[in-house]
Design a protein around this ligand. Structure first.
Ligand code: ATP
Ligand code: AH0
Length: 426
């Protein structure tokens, strides 16, 4: 009999509901993996579409990715030779960092691996194509794979995909803990974008009966969760956040990120460059929508810079200031377009520590709405900004183990709610 038959399904539901979970998130900033050990319990109040819950965090660990691994992952975000081999190596390397993060958490908290119900491991997104790009050309290329590629619906079914690198089997073997992985593809199979997935968790954790709230994640990409006073929830990616800020900062200062946005604050926003960047169709497309490094990368920025004459007239800090403004404007415009009276915005993700970016977002929200909006870190709601996404994947793993849905169809545009993830038993 195999050793991994510690049957999950036979575990009593209270143990699955009340037990410890690890959430692992390595996101589009490519800075490393955040790990959170947490458990969840019901809290007072009721909203539509999901239960309200509270979280108890036992610990948080961050394992940074070293330069060579970051470079390896960045290369996999763009087409290149021998991708399958390079992706397989990256999966193994990532799983090692994930195991290291889990082991650090267990050591730090004293919680034994045997007492953790499951690890929710997001993996590393290297491609995200929620719709067929290139229209006619792309559909022609799909014709050899799909007999009815001329039918838009069939071509879409074959041409849409999202890839999160991970080796969950190795992670389960190494940690002795069940792993839930591959969260996005079931939503995509049900017609959804596969992202963003955090809105259901934001509703469970931050939703308040009778009060609308909004959650803004400032990771590599920025995404909103808008929860109205009844609990009706939607969400979408507004566009780039730290991915362009980090990349530009690295090239021009040698630093991996612009601490508190001080460098950007020393520059001047270049309105012509901002207007040029704002022409990107993604910013004007309606929700539901999601994006990634496939679109927003240094080539994208370079292409816009080259359209400015003369581009070299901008100092590097002016470009950084303009990129902060681009994030602030796109975040504010999309909020104003879809908000339903929410005036409290909890910000999570590493961008919550970028003081200058936070100020610009608050300023643009006030300008567009004509009234102030409380823009604050999610720490004011009891969970540190650096812990929210990892905690979300702990919660999503628990949803999977309990057979409960993880997606919000209004956010992803899936045909309905779905249980997300695949279980690799301990
Ligand atoms: N003190 C700080 N000042 C400015 N920026 C910061 C600070 N601390 C963290 N950051 C930014 O936060 C980033 C990490 O954010 P986070 O971990 O939320 O991203 P992610 O999870 O990789 O992205 P995503 O949510 O898109 O998947 C860093 O790369 C950096 O740009
Ligand atoms: C495909 C993918 O990995 N998307 C990420 C990315 O990072 C932020 C934003 O773009 C969001 O859509 C999503 O992550 C969070 C965790 C989500 O699914 O809600």
């Amino acid at each position: 009999m195999p050793e991994n038959t510690r049957a999950l399904q036979s575990a009593p539901v209270p143990a699955l509901a009340q037990g410890w979970y690890v959430g692992l998130m390595s996101g589009t900033s490519l800075d490393g993996v955040d790990a959170v050990l947490a458990r969840f319990s019901p809290r007072e109040g009721a909203v539509m579409g999901g239960r309200l819950e509270q979280i108890e965090v036992a610990g948080h660990a961050h394992v940074p990715f070293e330069g060579p691994l970051v470079a390896w992952l960045k290369q996999l975000n763009a087409p290149g030779a021998d991708e399958l081999h390079r992706a397989a190596l990256a999966e193994n390397a990532l799983a090692q960092r994930y195991a290291q993060a889990v082991q650090a958490l267990c050591a730090q908290t004293g919680v034994a691996a045997a007492d953790v119900v499951a690890i929710g491991a997001h993996g590393q997104t290297v491609r995200h194509q929620p719709s067929v790009r290139g229209e006619a050309g792309a559909i022609a290329a799909l014709s050899s794979l799909c007999p009815h590629a001329h039918l838009a619906e069939q071509a879409q079914a074959v041409g849409r995909y999202t890839i999160q690198l991970n080796n969950p089997a190795w992670l389960a073997e190494q940690t002795g803990i069940a792993v839930v992985a591959d969260f996005r593809r079931r939503d995509m199979a049900a017609g959804g974008q596969g992202a963003p997935l955090v809105p259901a968790f934001h509703r469970a954790l931050f939703g308040q009966s009778g009060l609308g709230v909004a959650v803004l994640n400032l990771g590599g990409i920025a995404n909103w969760s808008l929860i109205d006073s009844q609990g009706q929830t939607m969400g979408f990616d507004s566009g780039p956040a730290n991915t362009l800020l980090d990349a530009w900062c690295q090239v021009h200062t040698g630093q991996p990120f612009d601490r508190h946005g001080q460098w950007a604050a020393s520059g001047s926003v270049q309105q012509a460059l901002l207007a040029q960047c704002m022409q990107e169709p993604y910013f004007h497309a309606p929700a539901p929508k999601s994006t990634g490094l496939d679109l927003f990368n240094m080539s994208w920025l370079q292409a816009h810079l080259e359209l400015q004459v003369p581009a070299q007239a901008f100092s590097p800090e002016d470009v950084q200031a303009t990129l902060v403004e681009l994030t602030a404007v796109t975040v504010a415009q999309t909020f104003v377009r879809y908000q339903q009276g929410q005036r409290s915005v909890g910000v999570c993700g590493g961008g919550a520590f970028n003081t200058y970016l936070m100020e610009r977002i608050a300023q643009h929200l006030q300008l567009l709405l004509g009234e102030p909006v409380a823009v604050h870190s999610t720490l004011e709601w009891g969970l540190g900004p650096e812990q929210v996404e990892a905690a979300a994947f702990a919660w999503l793993a628990r949803q999977c183990m309990l057979g409960l849905p993880g997606n919000v169809p209004a956010a992803t545009h899936a045909r309905g709610e779905r249980v997300l993830g695949a279980i690799y038993p301990a």
